[in-house]
Design a protein around this ligand. Structure first.
Ligand SMILES: NC(=O)c1ccc[n+]([C@@H]2O[C@H](COP(=O)([O-])OP(=O)(O)OC[C@H]3O[C@@H](n4cnc5c(N)ncnc54)[C@H](OP(=O)(O)O)[C@@H]3O)[C@@H](O)[C@H]2O)c1
Length: 431
């Protein structure tokens, strides 16, 4: 049986699980026909307690020892962040090693450059674990679904925000309270910005956009909204209307090109995405031959992520193709479409003065922007302050028109606040 020597860059949450599985073999040699050998692991702090016991001499504080070791043929980058990961991945590829990475940030921001280095070096750069943790997504797209012209990918690809939204929905709890609890339970980082403001989902949808549609989008150019404005009452109102609320990341083929967007959306209660709860991830792919397809599972965590990482390691060790370097060369690349051209229904929640004529003024602003109202519901009314929650569902409208109308609505005397403006995910129903 062939032995393939593997070097790790990073031995944290994921790196430790990967190292443990390699050291214990986990039946991988028998299943794959290749024996993996852990040759070296680079960390920042040699004195830190690890979740895995490595044989003496394997740990180093110098990543160059991994990248330059002639005995290592596969480098697994599990450090995270843009730098020094970018330089280390580039060096490893240039010095003739295949690289496996779970690092969505570096792949979203510098993926084109890294794939070029890989292609020039004739080496593989594969990164299944960077999107959806343990859920196989990139390999199915670049392999099993290659016969399809993909039309759209919509996904719940951030477990932290899905956990928070699920608890807000089921408990009627406020965002801040659930976030705090999620931090204590380890579902959210001490600094939750990357998750709750949508950056993590943007990185992942950028990777999917490049892989599935050949579109290289600058991450700063991808429309991004976080979940911070969602209130418990939005779930209550959405539910009455037949929806729940999810942070959706989407890459969709439109006449203008590929539309990439990350924002909270109303999702109909009767579609599979609506029942993806807790820290689970789901990716919904629509291809012209296969139709709609749903891939669901644990989007993070040491073992699920190690499953994806090691799947890539074994694929490369066995000399098989991986995603990334293959598909983008085969698909016709689509330009990035502007968010202003997006068309969907909208949910608008306003705090308005509870007096006659309010609705007429709101309807006029929307009508002037060519937006027609599908339904209006006056929800909680506060007699003391003379204010009421007004929830408006529109018919399909153009994003540019909706944004213009939103600005005007905010300027109306009768509108105390435009509390929330949420898009509705369309599933081919009549609008
Ligand atoms: N955690 C998940 O569930 C998950 C899921 C999917 C993808 N990912 C991705 O997997 C990657 C790793 O995540 P993680 O959660 O395992 O991170 P982590 O626990 O913070 O581990 C990072 C590791 O990299 C090492 N490291 C960082 N900078 C270094 C440097 N300059 N030189 C040498 N070593 C360095 C750290 O060393 P020390 O230990 O000495 O500090 C640590 O061992 C990230 O790209 C992440 O986005 C994670």
């Amino acid at each position: 049986m062939r032995t393939v020597r593997v070097g790790l860059l990073g031995l944290g949450v994921v790196g430790s699980a990967v190292a443990r599985a390699i050291l214990e073999d986990h039946g991988m040699a028998e299943r794959s026909g290749v024996r993996l050998e852990l040759a070296k692991a680079a960390v920042r702090d040699l004195s830190k307690k690890r979740a895995v016991n490595l044989p003496a001499g394997l740990l180093t504080a110098d990543p160059a020892e991994v990248v330059n070791d002639p005995q290592i043929s596969i480098v697994v980058e599990l450090m995270g962040g843009e730098n020094p990961a970018f330089d280390l991945i580039s060096s490893a590829l240039s010095s003739g090693k295949h690289v496996i990475s779970a690092n969505k940030e570096v792949l979203a921001k510098r993926g084109d450059a890294l794939l070029t280095v890989a292609s020039e070096a004739g080496k593989r750069l594969v990164y299944e674990a960077s999107v959806g943790g343990g859920v196989p997504i990139l390999n199915p797209i670049s392999d099993d679904l290659l016969a399809n012209r993909l039309n759209s990918i919509r996904a719940i690809i951030n477990g932290t925000t899905n956990y928070i939204l699920t608890r807000m929905s089921s408990e009627g709890a406020a965002y801040d309270a659930v976030l705090q609890d999620a931090q204590q339970l380890g579902y959210a980082e001490a600094d939750p910005t990357a998750d709750v403001d949508g950056f993590d989902a943007v990185y992942k949808i950028a990777i999917l956009g490049r892989l599935a549609f050949g579109t290289s989008a600058a991450v700063e150019g991808i429309h991004r909204e976080g979940i911070g404005r969602i209130a418990a009452r939005d779930f209550r109102y959405a539910d009455e209307l037949g929806f729940t609320i999810k942070l959706v990341a989407a890459a969709q083929r439109t006449p203008e090109g590929l539309l990439l967007r990350v924002h909270p959306s109303l999702v109909p209660l009767d579609v599979p995405m609506a029942s993806v709860n807790g820290a689970m991830n789901m990716v919904e792919i629509e291809g012209d031959l296969v139709g709609p397809l749903w891939l669901q599972g644990a989007g993070a965590g040491p073992e699920p992520t190690a499953s994806a990482v090691l799947g890539d390691v074994l694929r490369v060790a066995r000399g098989l193709d991986g995603p990334g370097s293959v598909v983008s060369a085969r698909v016709q690349s689509l330009p990035v479409a502007p968010m202003s051209g997006h068309i969907c229904q909208y949910y608008i929640r306003l705090t308005a003065s509870d007096r006659p004529g309010v609705l007429a003024q709101v309807a006029k602003v929307l009508g002037d922007a060519a937006i027609s109202i599908r339904s209006v519901i006056q929800m909680d009314t506060d007699a003391e302050s003379g204010r009421a929650d007004l929830v408006i569902m529109t018919h399909s409208a153009l994003e540019a028109n909706m944004q213009e109308a939103a600005t005007k609505l905010r300027g109306l005397d009768v509108v105390v606040e435009l509390d929330n403006l949420l898009r509705v995910e369309s599933y081919g129903q009549a609008t």
